[in-house]
Ligand binder design. Sequence first.
Ligand code: SAH
Length: 370
Amino acid sequence: MLNNFTEQIHKKIRETGPITIAEFMTICLLDPTNGYYPTRDPFGKDGDFITSPEISQMFGELIGLWCMQTWHDMGQPKKINLIEYGPGRGIMMQDIVRVAKLDKYFLESINITFIEASPVLEAIQAETLSKAPCPVNWASNLEEIPQMPTIILGNEFLDCLPIRQFIQTDENLGLKGWRERLVTVKNNKLGFGISPIELPEWQKKILPTSHYKAIQNDLLEFCPAFSQIIDELKKRSLKSDTRALFIDYGPATTDFGDTLQSLQEHRKVNVFSDLGNADLTARVNFEHLANLSINNNLSVTSVITQGEFLCNMGIKVRAKNLMKAKPESRSNIQRQLNKLISRDEMGALFKVICFQSEGLGLPLGFESLK
Ligand code: SAH
């Protein structure tokens, strides 16, 4: 017996044909009544996954220092946007605000805006930030937010943006060229299929450039929203000083292969097993992001690992100080530190990248500009 939501997706495919993986992700993650994000709080031990700001206050605190330094780099403007994409429960911003209290002028300058797709999470963010001594607003996109010096943050936001997948098909099997991998229904079950038509030449131009290196059966992922984000950042960066920091999981250089994954209760599950009740993400292609930025003349840093970034920001010193202040939490803080920076945990798989207006100089925590 299929549940209602699964039946709805089957019906759509039966009526209009196979859908792209991006359409499938959009429905499963964002459908207003049955989608994953709009209907729950997915975080924490009892949820499906845990993110860096939820692991330790140190994460948000260091991002807070990074924001404060950026405000200095921009010449301490009277007003600054502090924008966060996909803020989850708002924990990172809460930690940032606590750090901002160290400098009254910085605190006074801040206007927080969240860009959040889930009404459930928006309500939780409002609660978390209810005592913040600065304005907190929500917007549906970057363009709506007033022009002024701007800091943009996104932790584990890019990985939930819908991806499309393309396969360099095998001529020996009678298929030719790049074809899109689709979600289809066979024997009353959802599964993957392949488009009967070859990707037109003009569309190949928007794929990550490494598609030239593909051999037969290689699968390449592509996130269409990336170019829109880079375009919006570029526009804003020309009008006012802008810096955007993104932290996420994925490779620094393009890899071939299917990385679509579904998580439920901290375990990987089949992507079709519980539609709307399991998280769906894909690895972020940081090389593609950096290339889009370079092609758009938007200044970008070299990609570094989360471990390198947090160590450059002084996380080990912060951990030591916290341990001194709370000796009873010593082993807990050590465990959190390890989770965030160790190469076997989030330290190497997670990467950090920053886009910014021309002339702002090297942002804190990074090693070079591209
Ligand atoms: N940054 C948070 C949460 C990461 S989970 C943390 O680190 O804990 C992803 C977040 O992005 C959730 O808040 C989710 O609701 C939001 N989100 C997912 N797709 C979105 C979209 N298209 N637009 C805006 N927010 C989105």
